[in-house]
Design a protein around this ligand. Structure first.
Ligand code: HEM
Ligand code: FES
Length: 780
């Protein structure tokens, strides 16, 4: 057995890890569930890779493409035999770096030179052709009552779309279709030695054929297509868009655009049909489709894992990793990480952060074609849910082409009764019902309708509201500290309220690697009427009545309890009791020692005091200033100092700033994250309004002035004004949100632009960069 190059030790589970075995192939996130919980970064002797399975660790790797180079992203995961290598050489096979495996600075220059055809307006042009193709394929089998959707549609349509997008002439399509499978097996699979030679011949042929196609494209460089766009870009920037890039991309581009999407839709339809209630809901309401696509990519995505290699000694999640180490990021496992997604095992088409999945990668290399894939998947789902709502999965065993990364069932048999096809009686079924959403789903796509079950007064001025599902979908389990966003009617106000009920208790069934959390029947929130606020709480008090439907997003949790704690001190000021109530319930259930300090002015205005006293007895300390019980928090922190410095206690607090200041004042030398305050996430990202100034942008082409306030990004401001600016990372890593600058000094905060480009000052990344002075002029 190979041992870890650093520690010399390998756990039994790590030693058993086999990404080509049936366990990983059938369900990668479940297969590595043990790792997410126990050993999130481990050395796999069978693979010779470090394997990483938690969301935050994977994202940190994606974020740092200098320490974690993508150079190995397309490297053969199983070294080929000499004989196969000789075969490839005989075809002059010379696959070079394209984009996905290119290092900086070459990668970003090339990505930016080639990204325009992925802009929403260009992608929109492909929409009618995709719909026509899907429709023709459904026409071919709709009267048969049984079909293998992979063989009869999911394989073919994305391939045709990929070839169209690349600009491949019709005559060449059949040949390129034939070769593309061999390329996947060659790169990500584990072919047997005899198979390797056959695969090498196919790949060699593919290489030569791709070169020929490219030459023919060069004769007609003004035709439409991403390759032709590259050929034209080469004229301007020959050192950026090289011959070797174009030849390699001709081959790699087909795989990038084809199998990913074919597998993605096959996984999605399988998942939705396995969850019939959700399928039926989508059939009834196609506006759920854009977010359903995202949730399927999260829950059962087509990219199970992706690779990097370290360029220097570094660490991942505290584990030291040497230079030159190969890393397998099991992104599908990150997508099931309960530290990131509430109730990750639930298929939840209302999940408002589904699009934060890692299936498209992240950062500088994040998938350029993701919006094309999303568009195709939406159209597939719309056509199938409207024309074959009664389709069901046939009895079958699912098989997967053994490989680490590209994941989708080889066949997907479905059945239905053709006599019940809706279009036989209602031709309007054929009218498109869905406005295809190009880009990430918006708030409108992932709102959750909840019915107000009960409204009672929990204290003077505090309404205690219970909410239940309004559309029959399960409510996701939540962890203590989670909140939901409540839309206040059509006022445009959205407010975040902590869930204050006891969180459901996870159970671990025998033999099952993933803990199951029973779904709650209801959510509870408590809302204090604050006359001086901007109107959210008064709206809730004045308008929320039993039986009404509220539009809600979430739950999400940015105020999580740590995984391990010896003791808790919870401090709540006034309505800050809401997350603390849920946290204390968890501490009590788990038998972790805790105390609650509940501060308020008057007892009659403090919600849940009696219930808390019943539930928590002597653990509860009520400090009511009108009764002379003012809390001395500085003293509390002094008393805790020794224990706190040793990391023996975690203080979780929610309340007014003064209270938080008192708690922080005593905890400067405590270990990180042992004193934690509630702060709701906002759309501000890393923006600190205190540090920013307001500025004006003049949009020259449209002669419009916009004010970028100190708490908004330029990107948000442009979008608020109806400008469709594409974005990916929204933290200055990927180059997608670039806008042209005509005048004014830019405070550049991205890592995309080179020093020379910054100096030129003619462009900026709108997601993060701002104005140095009070005004910028943009070429928009
Ligand atoms: C990169 C997944 C569809 C073109 C990537 C990466 C992943 C991925 C994981 C690497 C990201 C990283 O390293 O951070 C997917 C999935 C798809 C899909 C799951 C479908 C569901 C497409 C389509 C195209 C495309 C339709 C169209 C041409 C690309 C390109 C890159 C890329 C050009 C390289 C970007 C760069 O390195 O700058 N994709 N992809 N992909 N994808 Fe996709
Ligand atoms: Fe990625 Fe702005 S740099 S969205």
């Amino acid at each position: 057995m190979t041992t870890c190059p650093i520690t010399g030790a390998v756990s039994a589970a790590a030693a058993d890890f086999d990404p080509f075995g049936d366990g990983y192939q059938q369900d990668p996130p479940a297969y590595v569930a043990w790792s997410r919980e126990e050993e999130p970064v481990f050395w796999s002797p069978q693979l010779g890779y470090w394997v990483v399975t938690r969301y935050d660790d994977i994202k940190a790797i994606f974020r740092d493409n200098l320490a974690f180079s993508p150079a190995v992203a397309l490297e053969k995961i199983t070294p080929t035999s000499d004989e196969a290598d000789a075969v490839l050489a005989s075809y002059d096979y010379g696959m070079a770096r394209t984009l996905v495996n290119e290092d900086e600075p070459a990668h970003m220059e090339r990505r930016r030179a080639l990204m325009a055809p992925f802009a929403p307006e260009h992608l929109a042009h492909h929409q009618p052709a995709v719909r026509r193709l899907v429709r023709e394929h459904v026409d071919a089998f709709i009267d048969t009552g049984r079909a293998d959707l992979v063989d009869e549609m999911f394989w073919e349509v994305p391939l045709t779309v990929a070839l169209e997008f690349l600009g491949v002439p019709d005559d060449d399509k059949p040949k390129l279709r034939e070769y593309s499978v061999a390329h996947t097996v060659n790169t990500w699979g584990r072919p047997e030695p005899e198979e390797q030679v056959a695969v090498a011949h196919a790949v060699g042929n593919f290489w030569q054929y791709a070169g020929g196609v490219l030459e023919r494209m060069r004769q007609r460089p003004d035709d439409e297509g991403w390759m032709q766009y590259g050929i034209r870009a080469q004229r301007e920037q020959p050192e950026v868009v090289t011959d070797s890039y174009l030849h390699s991309m001709m081959m790699a581009g087909i795989v990038a655009a084809h199998e990913t999407t074919a597998n993605g839709i096959a996984n999605a339809v399988k998942l939705l049909l396995e969850h019939r209630v959700i399928w039926d809901q989508i059939c009834a309401d196609p506006s759920l489709i854009p977010n359903a696509v995202e949730e399927c990519l999260r829950h059962n995505g087509s990219q199970a894992a992706w690779r990097r290699i370290t360029t220097r000694a570094t660490e991942i999640g505290g584990v030291p990793i040497p230079e030159g180490a190969r890393i397998l990021m099991v992104s599908s496992s990150g997508n099931h990480d309960p530290r990131r997604f509430e109730d990750p095992e639930l298929v939840d088409v209302h999940r408002d952060d589904a699009a934060d999945h890692l299936t498209f990668g992240y950062g500088a290399h994040q998938c350029l074609g993701k919006n094309l894939a999303r568009m195709e998947m939406q159209i597939f789902l719309e056509e199938l849910t409207s024309r074959l709502p009664h389709m069901r999965l046939a009895e079958q065993e699912f098989s997967y082409v053994p490989n680490t990364s590209f994941r989708g069932p080889e066949h997907l048999w479905v059945e239905w009764d053709p006599a019940a096809n809706p279009e036989r009686t209602d031709p309007s079924v054929l009218e498109p019902r869905l406005q295809v959403n190009i880009g990430e789903p918006t708030a409108a796509h992932h709102s959750r309708p909840l019915r107000v079950e009960q409204v009672v007064d929990a204290a003077d001025g505090v309404r205690h509201i219970t909410l239940v599902s309004a559309d029959g979908t399960a409510l996701p389990a939540f962890t203590p500290g989670a909140h939901i966003d409540v839309q206040c009617g059509d006022t445009g106000i959205v407010r975040q309220y902590s869930l204050c009920g006891a969180p459901p208790t996870p159970v671990q069934p025998e033999g099952c690697p993933v803990p199951h959390t029973p779904r709650p029947e209801r959510y509870e929130i408590a809302v204090l009427r604050e006359e001086e606020s901007r109107g959210g709480s008064t709206w809730v008090h004045d308008h929320v009545r039993e039986g009404e439907i509220l539009t809600v997003r979430g739950p999400r949790n940015h105020f999580r309890l740590p995984e391990q704690a010896q003791r808790y001190v919870f401090v709540a000021g006034g309505i800050g009791i809401t997350p603390i109530r849920s946290m204390a319930a968890r501490a009590r259930r788990d038998g972790i020692p805790y105390e609650i300090h509940y501060l308020g002015r008057e007892r009659s205005r403090m919600a849940f005091v009696d219930e808390l006293a019943d539930e928590h007895g002597e653990h509860l300390h009520v400090h009511c200033s009108s009764e002379g019980g003012r809390a001395d928090l500085r003293r509390l922190m002094d008393d805790l100092a020794e224990e706190g410095r040793a990391g023996g206690v975690h203080v979780y607090a929610c309340g007014p700033q003064r209270m938080i200041d008192d708690l922080t004042a005593g905890s400067e030398d405590w270990p990180e994250d042992t004193v934690v305050f509630e702060h709701f996430s906002s759309t501000l990202g890393a923006l600190d309004p205190e540090q920013e100034h307001e500025f004006t942008v003049h949009l020259e082409d449209s002669d419009v002035d916009l004010v970028v306030t100190n708490d908004r990004t330029l990107l948000q401001t442009l979008r608020d004004a109806g400008r469709e600016i594409p974005s990916n990372c929204e933290e200055g890593l990927c180059g997608t949100c670039e806008v042209p600058v005509l005048d004014g000094a830019v405070d550049h905060r991205d890592v995309v632009l080179s020093t020379a480009e910054r100096r030129a000052g003619d462009r900026m990344m709108s997601c993060c960069s701002r104005a140095v002075g009070n005004r910028l002029v943009l070429g928009l």
